[in-house]
Write a protein that binds this ligand. Structure first.
Ligand SMILES: [Zn+2]
Length: 271
């Protein structure tokens, strides 16, 4: 297994991007672009540029701020207006990620112990969880079909191949994702291709995944540390994984990293 150089996390990030798809503020160790820690699309969005589109800027910032405050109804409203404003495979994909998170939140909100006397509320939360789960899937399928349409005009568009790959991976359509990844890899030198390779090999629990993690970590792509921690967890190296996640979370507020850290902490409690 390749080792990742963690020293980069000791330094302050050098840029602050604003994801132009979901509105997250993304600290970055790379000058050019980074991968959003929420939607995982490649972003080089800057506040000063995005503010030139005030309506759009208000909607993306409202989406992320409402999510951070667990005001999911407000976030939902922001997501709907974003979908009206911008029709693109990336926006449909982001809606897929958003409704999956909303679904998890609602489903996680069911609580038999404390809400025991409020079964109706429990049933509502569970139903909303299921509905948003299917809404999420529908958006990923929509992203794929829009990307396919655009790829008919230009079959080497890395952005379209990347969003198609991401959607296929989210839907666990792994053989489609593998085909799309092969197409993306034929376009040389793309950072999206390295990121997609990392995600695919990580999903397949392929030992070579650490090679891509190292490649991305070396150019300051912070999400690679999360996937490295995940790999360590699979190898039962929980303490190492934990220390990376703690370090990483001081720099970037990645929900998946928090969840993995919680899982590790729970494991320690059981043992
Ligand atoms: Zn994003």
């Amino acid at each position: 297994m390749e080792k990742l150089d963690l020293r980069i996390l000791d330094k302050d990030p050098i840029r602050l991007f604003r994801c132009e798809y979901c509105g997250c503020q993304v600290p970055s160790y790379n000058q050019e672009s980074t991968f959003c820690y929420f939607c995982e699309l490649n972003t080089s969005g800057m506040d000063e540029i995005l503010k030139k589109y005030p309506e759009f800027y208000t909607a993306i910032t409202s989406l992320t701020e409402s999510m951070n405050a667990s005001k999911w109804e407000d976030a939902d409203e922001a997501m709907r207006s974003l979908l009206q404003m911008r029709k693109s495979p990336e926006m449909s994909y982001t809606a897929g990620v958003f409704y999956k998170a909303y679904s998890d939140y609602m489903y996680g909100n069911r609580d038999y112990e404390y809400l025991g006397g409020y079964r109706e509320q429990n049933a509502k939360n569970i139903n909303a969880g299921i509905t948003f789960f299917y809404t999420s899937k529908a958006f990923f399928y929509s992203a794929i079909s829009q990307a396919n349409k655009n790829l008919e005009a230009d079959d080497k568009d890395p952005n379209m191949l990347f969003v198609k790959f991401m959607s296929e991976l989210k839907l666990k359509r792994l053989s489609d994702a593998r085909d799309t990844l092969q197409r993306l890899n034929q376009i040389s030198g793309s950072v999206k291709s390295a990121y997609a390779s990392m995600l695919y090999s990580s999903t397949m629990k392929d030992k070579r995944s650490s090679t891509f993690m190292k490649q991305l970590a070396d150019i300051g792509m912070i999400n690679s540390f999360y996937y490295f921690a995940k790999l360590l967890t699979q190898e039962n190296r929980l303490l190492e994984a934990k220390s990376i996640l703690i370090k990483m979370l001081t720099r970037v507020n990645m929900p998946a990293a928090k969840e993995l850290l919680d899982d590790i902490n729970e494991t320690f409690e059981i043992v």
